[in-house]
Ligand binder design. Structure first.
Ligand code: ATP
Ligand code: MG
Length: 215
């Protein structure tokens, strides 16, 4: 079953064509990398899929064309987006509140929210940071919290933009393990050769606005 598809997706930013007729297809539970040089439009592609950027062409989620803000609002509850810069994503006073925000907003019961938050704290090894104010976290800790925070929505898909930035060896290995085992569709945008080598995933290459399949 198809999860996300784009049809001749084109985006202009600052008068420049950043994406040109991108045709992309992601199955449910399929995992892919998007690679490409700095400024080639990788983050723009992710932001466009999430409905943050004006575009031409089509974006489809489970076969349904995404048209207005309502469609993208619903998509954002089903696809978790981890920003390239965690400071753009995290906004709650503490780690626990950040993790609880999305599932509470989705109307889950208190018990369910608690279960999801505990499981994310555990999975990402950040239980000890539960009550820590976000501004006191290190860069790597913020990265882990921002990934944990989208997992508590229990999404069907994940888009992670440079997820290994700032991670030490131990957390890198934990992330690899997580990405390998998570039963969701995943798009990882990365420059990290170690990550690409650790996971035998399909690769797409973005350059000069064109997306091509590598392997
Ligand atoms: N908010 C914005 N407004 C105008 N132009 C933008 C904006 N964000 C990005 N751009 C432009 O779009 C192009 C693609 O940027 P983007 O951030 O998508 O690249 P990237 O592939 O993610 O790069 P990197 O590897 O450095 O993260 C660049 O030319 C950039 O200047
Ligand atoms: Mg980027």
């Amino acid at each position: 079953m198809e999860l996300i598809r784009t049809e001749n997706l084109s985006v202009k930013r600052g008068g420049r064509e950043v994406l040109k007729n991108v045709n992309f297809f992601l199955q449910e539970r399929e995992k892919v990398f998007i690679i490409g040089p700095n400024g080639s439009g990788k983050t723009t592609f992710a932001e466009t899929l999430m409905g943050f950027v004006e575009f031409e062409g089509g974006i489809f989620f489970k076969g349904k064309r995404m048209e207005g803000e309502e469609d993208f609002y619903s998509l954002r509850t089903k696809v978790g987006y981890v920003f390239q810069n965690p400071d753009d994503q995290l906004f709650s006073p503490t780690v626990e509140e950040e993790l609880a925000f999305a599932p509470m907003n989705l109307g889950y019961s208190r018990g369910k929210v608690k279960t999801l938050v505990e499981s994310a704290l555990e999975k990402f090894g950040i239980r000890h940071l539960r009550d820590t104010p976000i501004y006191k976290l290190s860069g790597g800790q913020k990265r882990l919290v921002s990934i944990a925070a989208v997992m508590t929505m229990n999404p069907e898909g994940l888009i992670l933009d440079e997820p290994t930035n700032g991670l030490d060896e131990e957390n890198f290995l934990m992330l690899v393990d997580f990405l390998r085992s998570v039963e969701k569709a995943v798009i990882v945008i990365t420059h990290d050769k170690n990550l690409i080598d650790a996971l035998d995933w399909k690769k797409y290459y973005l350059k000069d606005g064109y997306l091509t399949f590598v392997k």
